[in-house]
Ligand binder design. Structure first.
Ligand SMILES: [Fe+2]
Ligand SMILES: [Fe+2]
Length: 198
């Protein structure tokens, strides 16, 4: 599969100051939210399979991704249950809601926007999981876990862009990705700090 030229992508805005401290101070809450984010990521991948059954490249990639995200979910759930926490019901994620609102519904844009929004979301996830991994000296095993998650989310955002350029002109993909990256930077500034991925 052709790979996107990463050098043309706008840089990711830094995560707001205070987010990491909020997460580290309320790590049990963060784990609950993380589990729910992984479950939703797996569901999103399966919804792509349902929406584009006639696109082999999408079906192949999304089935793999759904399983991988479900594995992440299982691993986070194990951490939650080992801590004897009671998993909470999923909450609406205002960040995902705001970005999904950027998906244009017209057929010619819908697939592009879904792939690009997914890439933006995975890129933020990769950044934040790496931040956590870098700051978990108190728990080396947990740090290793978050390092592995960060590496796999980095692979995911590149996968979504590679899929996008398989279906659309690379410059169109890069332009849309940069637009939504700018939008995402505004969104994260407006959201309250929570012990959550977003
Ligand atoms: Fe994941
Ligand atoms: Fe992912």
């Amino acid at each position: 599969m052709a790979v996107v030229d990463l050098s043309q992508l706008s840089p990711l805005a830094a995560t707001p100051a205070g987010w990491l401290e909020t997460v580290l101070a309320n790590f049990d809450d963060f784990l609950m939210d993380h589990a729910s984010a992984e479950k939703k990521a797996s569901g999103m991948a399966m919804s792509m399979v349902s929406h584009y059954p006639d696109q082999p490249s999408i079906v192949r990639a999304m089935v793999e991704l759904a399983v991988e995200e479900l594995n992440h979910y299982r691993e986070v759930m194990r951490l939650i249950l080992d801590r004897q926490l009671t998993p909470a019901a999923d909450l609406k994620d205002p960040y995902i809601h705001a970005l999904n609102g950027q998906v244009r519904k017209a057929a010619e844009h819908f697939l592009l926007d879904r792939l690009v929004v997914a890439a933006v979301v995975e890129r933020r996830g990769a950044e934040r999981f790496a931040l956590i991994a870098d700051n978990l000296d108190r728990d080396p095993a947990l740090a290793r876990f978050y390092r592995a998650i960060a590496i796999s989310e980095k692979r995911h955002w590149e996968l979504f862009l590679d899929l996008a350029i398989k279906h659309f002109d690379e410059q169109v993909v890069i332009e849309r990705f940069n637009e939504l990256t700018e939008r995402e930077a505004q969104v994260i500034k407006t959201l309250p700090l929570r012990a959550a991925l977003h």
